[in-house]
Design a protein around this ligand. Structure first.
Ligand code: OAD
Length: 245
């Protein structure tokens, strides 16, 4: 990719950078993006129909099993060159915030430090009644495991449709987006709020907005620079062009 020279120059001196990532960043780690068709057993369900409090109330075992299936896939996944390029960016930029909608934990696994997990983390489990976190639960194949304390059903500590985002993370994300000089939106379809609005908050505060995505999104017409391709290829190329020349 030939990145424009004014963009490269600008990045060389940027002191405050925010990156928002979505499922596309983990696609090259072998994880399916959210809006890809599901496979096998899960092909008949839309993720949106499994990731909600209503779905859990209606069919808790179905929802639990879907997350168990995704947790298993994530267990075998490793960060890809895109994740590592973002670690290098963090090391080069004085004030760097990585905001992710991904629940797979791969940014931290790769070594990113200042990470805001807006949609939670699939490896954490909490009680749907009393909220207590737990790291161990039985794997009874017949029923959803229950809380040691109150007997409530356990659920993944992720944000479902219709639920509020973790307040501290969201506030920090909005603050960072409003303050940054450059805002990257990477591997996200940009259709799920409030994450999608962060790019607009950045733009309204004078930030340069950049998209890196496999294909155009609703955000594309509003960005200063759009680079279309795989993040696992474009991000290492960008880091090389800016910092290793
Ligand atoms: P999506 O599945 O909606 O979008 C993934 C985007 O990544 C698409 O635009 C793809 O074109 C792009 N993509 C795929 N492979 C790529 C690659 N190798 N490099 C770069 N881009 C690639 O996933 P998200 O935008 O993350 O929320 O979805 C946002 C939220 O919607 C999720 O966090 C989840 C879901 O509902 C909740 O569960 C609350």
């Amino acid at each position: 990719m030939n990145f424009p020279s004014d963009f490269i120059r600008f990045l060389t001196t940027a002191e405050q950078v925010v990156v928002l990532t979505g499922a596309g960043v983990s696609q090259e780690s072998g994880l399916r993006t959210f809006r890809d068709a599901q496979t096998g057993l899960w092909a008949q369900y839309k993720p949106e129909d499994l990731a909600s409090p209503e779905a859990f109330a209606r069919a808790p075992k179905l929802v639990w099993d879907w997350y168990a299936w995704r947790r298993e896939a994530i267990k075998g996944a490793r960060p890809n060159p895109g994740h590592y390029a973002l670690v290098e960016m963090e090391n080069r930029i004085p004030n760097f915030t990585l905001i992710t909608q991904n629940v797979d934990g791969l940014h931290r696994f790769a070594g990113s430090k200042n990470v805001l997990e807006l949609h939670g983390n699939i490896q954490r489990v909490r009680c749907s009644e009393c909220g207590m976190f737990t790291e161990t639960w039985g794997d009874d194949t017949e029923a959803v495991p229950v809380c040691h304390e109150c007997g409530g059903l356990l659920r993944p500590d992720v944000v479902w449709f219709g639920e509020a985002l973790p307040r501290g993370e969201l506030e920090a994300a909005v603050r960072a987006a409003r303050a940054c000089q450059v805002f990257f939106s990477i591997g996200t379809s940009g259709v799920v709020q409030p994450a999608a609005s962060l790019a607009h908050a950045a733009r309204n505060n004078g930030s340069v907005v950049v998209e890196i995505n496999a294909e155009p999104t609703p955000l594309t017409p509003r960005v200063d620079y759009a680079f279309h391709g795989k993040s696992g290829e474009l991000l290492p190329e960008l880091v090389k062009a800016v910092w290793r020349n």
